[in-house]
Design a protein around this ligand. Structure first.
Ligand SMILES: [Zn+2]
Length: 192
């Protein structure tokens, strides 16, 4: 079971918890004819996976900034932990067109499917959507602008910003620092 699939089940679980139906759940995971019994089974399974993720976090997540500093390169630390920005047209993943799942370079959280990647011409890797629950959104008023900052939902590291001028149906342009990403080409679960 890949991490992206676990996250989908986590979304499923939170839908169950909020009393909503499975309408938002990924096709194939549940049908409209779902019964109370298998709703509970799905929820239990989802909880187990959440517990697994929790154990993983406790084992691998740095406890303070000095640990982050040891784990990350100076450029990664500057961008991820100090909300820096890499120079445009310099990132390793800007031109990459491979299939896979882009993960957080700090903690490994699955963030974006390669299917969501597009060439924005801005000089930073750009995506039209994030994986469900993968990122958090914050109002950023620095540098005389009002922007929406994106952080990793698991470790809180800075990733970039999202803008409402995307060229696809979502209308979103996630503008992400390449140095904040790794590409997992073995995990196809994040693919649409
Ligand atoms: Zn992270």
């Amino acid at each position: 079971m890949g991490l992206a699939e676990r996250l989908l089940f986590a979304t499923l679980l939170s839908d169950t918890a909020s009393g909503q139906t499975f309408l938002r759940s990924p096709a194939g995971l549940a049908s409209p004819a779902v019964t109370a019994a298998n709703v509970q089974a799905y929820a239990l399974e989802g909880q187990q996976w959440l517990d697994d993720i929790g154990r993983m976090d406790k084992k691998t997540m740095p406890m303070d900034e000095s640990e982050w500093r040891k784990r990350l390169s100076p450029e990664q630390y500057r961008v991820l932990r100090e909300k820096g920005t890499e120079p445009p047209f310099t990132g390793e993943y800007l031109e990459v067109d491979s299939d896979g799942t882009f993960t957080c370079a700090a903690c490994g959280n699955a963030l974006f499917s390669s299917d969501a990647k597009f060439d924005s011409g801005t000089g930073w890797p750009s995506f039209d959507e994030a994986l469900p629950g993968a990122v958090e959104y914050h109002t950023d008023t620095t540098h005389g602008m009002v922007r929406t900052e994106i952080t990793c939902a698991r470790c809180g590291s800075h990733l970039g910003h999202v803008f409402d001028d995307g060229p696809t149906e979502s209308g979103k342009r996630y503008c992400i620092n390449s140095v904040c990403l790794n590409l997992d080409e073995t995990d196809a679960a994040g693919k649409k």
